[in-house]
Write a protein that binds this ligand. Sequence first.
Ligand code: ATP
Ligand code: MG
Length: 555
Amino acid sequence: MEDENRVSNFIEKIIAEDIKNNKYKTVVTRFPPEPNGYLHIGHAKSIFLNFSLAEKFLGKCNLRFDDTNPAKEDEDYVNSIKEDVKWLGFNWEDREFYASDYFDKMYEYAVYLIKKGKAYVCNLSPEQIREYRGTLTKPGKESPYRNRSIEENLNLFKEMKSGKFKEGECVLRAKIDMASPNLNLRDPVMYRISYKTHHRLKDRWCIYPTYDWAHGIEDSIEKVTHSICTLEFEDHRPLYDWFLEQLEVFHPRQIEFARLNLTYTVLSKRKLIKLIDEGYVTGWDDPRMPTIKGLRRKGYTPESIKEFTEKIGVAKSKSVIDFALLEHCVRDDLNKKAQRVMVVENPIKLIIDNYDENRSEEIDVKNNPEDESAGVRKVTFSRYIYIEASDFMENPPKKFFRLSPGKEVRLIGAYYIKCTNIQKDSDGNITEIHCTYDPETKGGWSRDKRKVKGSLHWLSVKDAIDIEIREYENLFTKENPDDVESDEDFTQNINKNSLKIIKAKAEPILRSAKPFEHFQFLRKGYFSADKDTQNELPVFNKTVGLRDNWAKKNN
Ligand code: ATP
Ligand code: MG
């Protein structure tokens, strides 16, 4: 059992209390995705929360597909969800459950409620049901079908199940209280008719349980002790409890927490699907998507996502988290792991006049200064070098520490060089920078302790390869893209320039980069080989820049 000193969030406190009071023995939690889309960073928060609670209390966490709505669910979603939970580092062992496996039991329970006089078949249309429900200020009106006999209800419900009625013709409702101040208790719907084919059970059923009716039963059957969900379900808790009390079955405890919201991001599957369907992104794994697959392709690691969810914690009140915090976490993680390489985006040719034309040498360059065990690699140095055009200025302002006429700088890992003159074309554009190098500065440091301010990345012209870089901006221009008149216009805040494709020169080692492999391009940021990278033209996604905007704002 949990040592109380380590209890940190309010949910852990509740669970610890329940265990202490012998309310439950072994803690069981669950992650219950509906297979109607891919998982996103919000789901990651729920996954980490549920699995880590189970781990802390030496319990178990189930993976349960809440597949109660055949209209939107699919096998492909089931598979992608499993891949993502695994990639995040969690193991549900043999506890892979499906709500649809409990449909027989749910039907049996519904019959039980009808027999108790606590459920009835109602022929009001969906619009009428809504109208009869009333509002927060207006009590509801009872359905004219509310007082059907138990016998009649049993028959009608059986007929519903056997396919006698059309979609929308009737529903099964709980008989609770049309005057309840909680709208969820005003005779909520338990079953509706649908002739859509279910991805697992095909056409075996034509009645499907609603979330409210199904969820507590699913939890109860699995002996879940703590059913953790997001705040929207707080008002549903009395209904969750009512159903379980009426059924007199094992009664899990529902606990709500605030869902994750992120700046410049939408996190509703419905909206993410719209972004794909309307072509704003290329798919669920587009690196601009807040999905697990998108983040992964952009170069995020499971460790960085875990660190993020730990940093934001669990709260009971709504908030919006700065996307820069997520970036901070990935930068921190990649700093330790990413191999360093040199890439030049906008190359300009530099000629070292006192370096022999026929000579070249292999220079040892550190793979990761943060990790000695990463070792060194050989980089070829020769007379003809590329540097970044922006690292040279003919008439520099005072604080320009990079290369300019007469100035000396370091080529990282190689030598000190000094600019002697430049060549221009007839339009006045610089075409070549001429330098001399100091052979006494091999390795990039000077024996006479002469200091230089600038350290430039570089490539040997002969060896450099071509690569493609994809740089991303936020997908939305507004910090809160959901802040629009109607739910449908969130796309008006889309950033039209969220993708920039750049051709660049790079060290030849990048030709053999494997999909998802991480790199730091020196002085540029962290990058990850795209899942479709090719030897002929390696492709890299920018994961995150080097500047830590979050740490700057928060220190
Ligand atoms: P969406 O609104 O994105 O469609 P959902 O809640 O309908 O999400 P489910 O598949 O039902 O998606 O979610 C599975 C679990 O993940 C639920 O327990 C839900 O509470 C949790 N979850 C979903 N979105 C978030 C979020 N933004 N933050 C934290 N938990 C979330
Ligand atoms: Mg849901």
